[in-house]
Design a protein around this ligand. Structure first.
Ligand SMILES: *Cc1c(COP(=O)(O)O)cnc(C)c1O
Length: 401
């Protein structure tokens, strides 16, 4: 979609605003499935924690996607959006046993990442097939918060615990129908991915009733022009070939599953905010926008660098700006960034605002969460209203004090 469309949408729906381009989500989905077209049974489970608006979920459901969920609330949202339970996988970490049981009762595939939970679940529900999340201990991922496969990580069952795992399965007579791994986000090196895949294959050989192998996610998407990204076509070629070989070794057909979040929605998203103030100090020029890390926390939380464009003055002479928010503490979106000359009232556009942006927003400073718009067939559809004072007061109780 074009920047003039985005500018129009801010006039229609106000600021700050999230916009998602449906066509981009579709093209990413198709690019991924095409890269693995040599695999007979492929399943993409969209990791909905990246962006969980029900209209976006519905769009992905219509494309044939499944869903990767991490909480029972996400499972309920997925069901609400039209996913059938058999299209959903539940991959929690550190949730209560009751929550796992409740989700299993809904008919959703459970993925267990802890031996004591596995033993408990297998003893109580030996007839419910479960998937196990292994930790291959492969160091991957863009930064320490999103790299989850290393030795100290809280995620997964260590591959070194395989003997114990097998004993639990034998003792409880439970069925393991899938093996899963997810080593982190922003994995660049295909060889690292393939290396981890070998560990997964080696683990899989020990189980007789597998239906699927889930390779998680972590594809790196470009954040700026000419940025490095995972070569999906190359990965598709190499992993598909190896997967088909493994099926022969294993002796039956398996489903190859992925659960991308960022890959499907990151580039489809735009965050639009208006410049309230331009402030010159002794060291820099600040552009202060009508938003903050309450709406987009990734720069402050992960050090993410989102491209920022001045869509009100795209042809303007470029100058250096530090873009900041209105939160009453350090709230920096970008330091010393070249942006077309900014005037108060201009609209700035943040790229890659589809994944982990709205879904991580909060009401800090008692601000409203932004509205969300889905751009489809050349038209903007409001898919979430901007909050109001009622939302801020909802659930609050003022007692006699
Ligand atoms: C967060 C998460 C994903 C998605 O990761 P992306 O980097 O957004 O693709 C996939 N699987 C699991 C288990 C996750 O926790």
């Amino acid at each position: 979609m074009q920047t003039k469309d985005l500018l129009e949408l801010t006039k229609e729906f106000g600021n700050p605003l999230y916009v998602y381009d449906a066509e981009k989500i579709e093209s990413q989905y198709k690019r991924l499935t095409k890269a693995f077209s040599k695999v007979e049974k492929l399943r993409i489970n969209y990791a909905m924690k990246a962006l969980s608006n029900v209209s976006v979920l519905k769009l992905l459901n219509n494309l044939g996607s499944g869903l990767d969920t991490v909480s029972i609330q996400e499972v309920h949202l997925g069901l609400h959006a039209g996913f059938t339970p058999d299209k959903i996988i539940f991959t929690p970490n550190g949730v209560s046993f009751e929550e796992i049981e409740e989700v299993a009762k809904l008919g959703v595939q459970i993925n267990i990442d802890n031996l004591s939970v596995l033993e408990h679940f297998g003893t109580k529900h030996p007839k419910t097939p479960v998937c196990i999340r292994i930790n291959p201990h492969v160091m991957a991922g863009g930064n320490s918060n999103i790299s989850v496969g290393h030795i100290d990580s809280k995620f997964g069952i260590s591959v070194h615990q395989l003997p114990h795992l097998l004993r639990i399965v034998e003792n409880t007579k439970m069925t393991i129908n899938g093996i899963h791994m997810h080593t982190g986000s922003d994995i660049l090196d295909i060889e690292v991915f393939l290396y981890a895949a070998e560990i997964l294959f080696n683990t899989a050989k020990h189980f007789k009733n597998l239906e699927f192998l889930d390779f998680g996610s972590g594809f790196k998407v470009p954040y700026k022009k000419d940025d490095i990204e995972t070569d999906i076509e190359e990965l598709g070629k190499k992993l598909s070939k190896r997967f088909v070989e493994f099926e022969k070794e294993y002796g039956s057909k398996l489903t190859l599953a992925f659960e991308p979040g960022k890959y499907l929605v990151s580039e489809a998203g735009y965050f639009l905010a208006k410049v309230n103030v331009v402030k010159q100090t002794t060291s820099t020029v600040f552009a202060g926008i009508d938003s903050g890390f309450n709406h987009l926390i990734r720069p402050m939380f992960y050090g993410s660098q989102h491209v920022i464009e001045n869509i009100s003055n795209p042809k303007g002479k470029e100058r250096f700006y530090t873009v900041v928010g209105y939160i009453c503490e350090t709230d920096t979106f970008a330091n010393n960034r070249r942006i077309a000359e900014i005037h108060e009232g201009d609209v700035l556009c943040f790229r890659n605002a589809g994944a982990y942006c709205f879904s991580m927003s909060s009401n800090y400073n008692s601000r409203f969460k932004p509205a969300e718009v889905l751009w489809k067939n050349g038209k903007g559809h409001l898919i979430r209203e901007r909050q109001t004072m009622d939302d801020i007061l909802k659930n609050q109780i003022m007692v006699e004090v």
